[in-house]
Design a protein around this ligand. Structure first.
Ligand code: ARG
Length: 439
C-alpha cells in the first residue's frame, strides 16, 4: 500500500480528493463530493475539433459537471470552498490514451535477457511504468499482452486505488499459434518452453479466450502474423487460419470483449479484418485492398510508427536479436509509408505506440511522427483521445472534456496545434478528478 509520504517522494501532488486515492477502497463512496474549478486558457475540444479560449471546467467527485466561458463563472453554481486550478496560460486537453502498451515490459531488457524476468518481477516493473505513463499524460492504456496475467493484477491494483496509474484495459495472455510471434521460441526443444496463450485449432483458441475472460481480461489480443521481436517468425507470414481467427473473434464478441490482432503482413491483416477484429496492431505492410476493407468495416489501425527509431538505435544494446534488427530494417520505413496511405484512404486510426519495446513515458513522442506522416495535429490528438475511446467502447465516459465524463484532464504550456511536440512534455495531469502532476 502506498503511503502519502511515498507519493510525495514520487512527486505526486494530491491537491484534490486525496482520500479517493488512499488506503480504503470504499473511500470514494463515503467521501463528501469535492469540487474543483479549472481555468483553461485554451481548451481543445476533440468532439468538434476546435480550440476554445478562456473556459472554465467544474469537477465534482471526479466527474466533469460544468463547462463554460470563464466570464460566466459567476452564474455557475460553484461552492465557495472549491479548489481553483489556474491553467489560464496553458492549453488544456482530455487525458491521452495509448491503444498498445506493455506496462510490465522493460525496454532495456529484450531477447534472451527477458528469460531472466519472472512474472512477479514483471508485475513490479509494471507498477513503476504505470506511474511513468500517467505522469506523461496518458490516463488510459490498453495493455496488449503480458505473461502470467501480471497486467490484470496491475489493472486491479490501479482500479482499487492501491497504486497510481492510468485506467488499464488489459489483455492478459496474448493468444498465438505454436511457434508463432506470441509463443516463446528462444529455447531449444528440451526446455519445453511454451507461452501461456498458445493454442491451435478453433476450439482450443475459444478456450483461451474463455480463460482470459475468466481471469479478468478486458480485451483479447492475438497474433495474426509473425513479428519483428520474435525468433524465427516471418513478418509477412500469416499465423492462424481464417477459421481460427473467426473462432477467436466470435468467442470474444460473445463475451463482450473487443479483439486486437498483431499483424504486419498483408495476408494476415486482410484475413483478420474478414474475421471481424476491432483493431489491427502495427498494420505495417497493409495492402490497398486491406485499407479498403478496413474502411468498409470500420476496423481501426493502430500503427506504432515511432518505435522503429528506438529499436534500430538502442535495440542491440538492450538484447534485441540481430535477426529482429534485420526485420526492423525492412519494416520501419514501409510502415510509415503505409500509415500515410491510411491517412489518405480515410481509415480510422488509433494512437498505439507499443511502449515497453521502448521506454514508458515517451509515448507522446509518436505524435510528431503521426503529423510528419500525414495527420493534422488535431486529428492526431483526436486519435489519442476520442478516437481511442470509441475503439475501446468507453466514449460514453472517457475521451473528451464533456459534462458527465470522468475528469481525465491534462495541460501543456505550448499550443500543441501549433507545435505537436508540446505533448512530449505534459505539465499537469488529473485523473478522475485527482491531480497527480502539477508542475
Ligand atoms: N512488437 C512488435 C513486433 O515484434 C514491434 C514492431 C515494431 N516495429 C515497427 N516498425 N512497428 O513485431
Amino acid at each position: 500500500m502506498m503511503t502519502s509520504l511515498k507519493l510525495a517522494a514520487l512527486g505526486v501532488y494530491l491537491l484534490v480528493a486525496p482520500k479517493a486515492f488512499a488506503q480504503d477502497n470504499n473511500a470514494q463512496d463515503t467521501d463528501p463530493v469535492e469540487t474543483s474549478v479549472i481555468y483553461a486558457g485554451e481548451l481543445v475540444d476533440v468532439e468538434t475539433g476546435r480550440v476554445q479560449t478562456d473556459r472554465v471546467i467544474v469537477v465534482e467527485g471526479g466527474i466533469i459537471t460544468a463547462i463554460g466561458a470563464r466570464a460566466a463563472l459567476a452564474d455557475m453554481d460553484v461552492p465557495a470552498d472549491a479548489t481553483v486550478m489556474d491553467l489560464s496560460d496553458m492549453t488544456v486537453l482530455p487525458g491521452l490514451s495509448d491503444s498498445h502498451v506493455h506496462l510490465t515490459s522493460d525496454a532495456s531488457i529484450h531477447g534472451y535477457k527477458r528469460l531472466q524476468v519472472s512474472t512477479s518481477a514483471a508485475a513490479i516493473t509494471g507498477v513503476v511504468n504505470a506511474e511513468k505513463t500517467l505522469m506523461a499524460g496518458f490516463t488510459t492504456v490498453r495493455n496488449l499482452g503480458a505473461p502470467g496475467f501480471a497486467d490484470i493484477a496491475l489493472m486491479e491494483a490501479i482500479d482499487a486505488g492501491e497504486i497510481a496509474g492510468p485506467n488499464m484495459i488489459s489483455a492478459g495472455r496474448s493468444i498465438g499459434i505454436t511457434g508463432g510471434h506470441c509463443d516463446n521460441n528462444l529455447l531449444p526443444y528440451e526446455y519445453e518452453a511454451k507461452a501461456g496463450g498458445v493454442a491451435d485449432g478453433p476450439w482450443a483458441v475459444r478456450t483461451k479466450v474463455r480463460e482470459n475472460n475468466k481471469y479478468g481480461a478486458k480485451v483479447i489480443k492475438f497474433c495474426g502474423t509473425g513479428g519483428v521481436l520474435s525468433k524465427g517468425t516471418k513478418i509477412g507470414a500469416q499465423q492462424f487460419s481464417f477459421e481460427e481467427m473467426k473462432a477467436i473473434v466470435d468467442e470474444a464478441h460473445l463475451l463482450g470483449l473487443k479483439v486486437a490482432v498483431h499483424a504486419h503482413g498483408a495476408d494476415g491483416i486482410e484475413t483478420a479484418i474478414r474475421a471481424g477484429v476491432d483493431s489491427v496492431e502495427h498494420a505495417s505492410l497493409i495492402s490497398d485492398e486491406g485499407l479498403r476493407m478496413a474502411k468498409r468495416k470500420g476496423t481501426y489501425l493502430s500503427m506504432d510508427i515511432f518505435v522503429s527509431d528506438y529499436i534500430l538505435s538502442e535495440g542491440a544494446a538492450a538484447g534485441i536479436l540481430e535477426e529482429s534488427l534485420a526485420k526492423e530494417r525492412t519494416v520501419g520505413k514501409a510502415q510509415r509509408e503505409r500509415f500515410q496511405a491510411a491517412t489518405r484512404a480515410g481509415v480510422k486510426l488509433a494512437f498505439g505506440s507499443d511502449a515497453g519495446v521502448y521506454p514508458h513515458g515517451q509515448n507522446g513522442r509518436q505524435f510528431a511522427y503521426m503529423v510528419e506522416w500525414g495527420l493534422s495535429p488535431m486529428k492526431a490528438i483526436q486519435a489519442a483521445t476520442i478516437g481511442n475511446a470509441t475503439l475501446f467502447d468507453t466514449a460514453e465516459t472517457h475521451g473528451s472534456i464533456t459534462v458527465g465524463k470522468h475528469a481525465d484532464i491534462i495541460a501543456v504550456d505550448t499550443d500543441p496545434i501549433a507545435d505537436i511536440r508540446a505533448l512530449e512534455d505534459v505539465e499537469f495531469v488529473m485523473k478522475d478528478g485527482v491531480v497527480y502532476k502539477n508542475d
